[in-house]
Design a protein around this ligand. Sequence first.
Ligand code: ZN
Length: 164
Amino acid sequence: MQIENNKVVSFYYELREYLGGEETREIENNRKGDPLVYLHGYRNILLGLETELTGKEVGDTISVTLKPEEAYGLHNEDAVSRVPLKRIRQKGNLKPGMVAQIQTSNGLRDAVVVKVGRFNVDVDKNHPLAGKTLTFEIEITDVREATEEELAHGHAHGVGGHQH
Ligand code: ZN
């Protein structure tokens, strides 16, 4: 069965950051757990990945490299800002590089801690993968028809998908 719109697809992936030349660095992979499961054609995963997965079958392995603008966007320097410590949700043990939740006028928002001061914290509200060229090594492990309920919800259900 080929991957096309309204199919539910399972895959293992290894996500690597492309560093130039032949160099890459592994960011994460889901080899030790369950495959990721998604409903094809509903933008539940990055569009660049969906495009490359279209027409592939169980057992196929593909390598997809996406530029920042095709993945999580360019790194925006304006998104780095100084916020009062009292607007950070977790207290204590704030360290550069960790993701913290900040109280904003639009509710809680994730941001990466850049620098911790006595009263303020510099945070970067860019997506942690913004500005990175990413390579996904993908192995397709299952392709099936979506259920009517999945189509109505616009996402896959079950292990590796939405569970509600
Ligand atoms: Zn659902």
